[in-house]
Ligand binder design. Sequence first.
Ligand code: ATP
Ligand code: MG
Length: 290
Amino acid sequence: TADSKTSLRIAIQKSGRLTDKTIELLKGIGLRFDDYKRNLMVKCRNFDVELLLIRDDDIPEYVQDGVCDLGFVGANVRAETGADVRVLRGLDYGVCRLSLAARKDGAIQTLEDFEGKTIATSYPNLTQQFLDKHNIGANLVTISGAVEIAPRLEVADAICDLVSTGNTLKANGLQELEVILESETQLIQTNKELSPGKKKLIEKFLIRMDSHQQAERSRYIMMNAPKSSVPEIKEIIPSLNSPTVMPLADEEMVAVHTVIPIDQFWVVMERLKKEGATGIVILPIESMIL
Ligand code: ATP
Ligand code: MG
């Protein structure tokens, strides 16, 4: 069967904000590629994967049509295209929001003020859906880039555009008025029927992704502590399993090793010091299989 040659085809953005982070993630789960900058299609050297490098706008449809099995794309682009795909994972990069914005001291200050106005956007579908939901009639002007200058050029009264820090809006004298979509990068899968071989590959791929993400969110922590504080330390540590406690040359002291989630790092740290922990060492983790 063709299954012996099965390889997953994954669509990623060719060149843009998501490219480096996506490649970094793929390398982080152990995939090795030759020069991906110069080619449209890149084979992975040690996993049955090939990457298709395309514009992010095209990714949802390529995945929908089964040209690619998986894709990494912003939720904003996926939602705008309305492609029929399955969202497998939300990823914590490419985080941004799609927002309505208007001139800082202009006539538009609230959502109702958008009635009858002209809005420039690269996201006509999402913008229209939002306006319809709120019973607002506005005219949309679809433009593909540099949307933020439309009000100054008097092409539009307002815009609906992606925002991350808000600096671009500020620099153009605009204020954000209404968030219409919170977005992040997503791993999407085609809804077309896949061969058993491909299904297995996707399973393997997801296990690697999940271990990698779990590891990224965790730290390995080592410390020395008075033997008498071990019960308190065990209480403090939000460990996956019981910490490793080892004797030291000083019989009053022990070494404690464990894994903690990064978001609890500082809280845990302060409490450990109060219990007399010293020589606390924190290490990144390469991978974690739960
Ligand atoms: P392409 O040439 O592939 O069409 P593009 O210009 O449409 O590229 P980029 O600007 O590279 O796209 O942005 C890709 C994605 O990065 C966006 O669709 C969005 O999901 C995410 N993103 C995160 N923060 C921002 C931001 N501040 N502005 C724009 N996009 C952002
Ligand atoms: Mg694009």
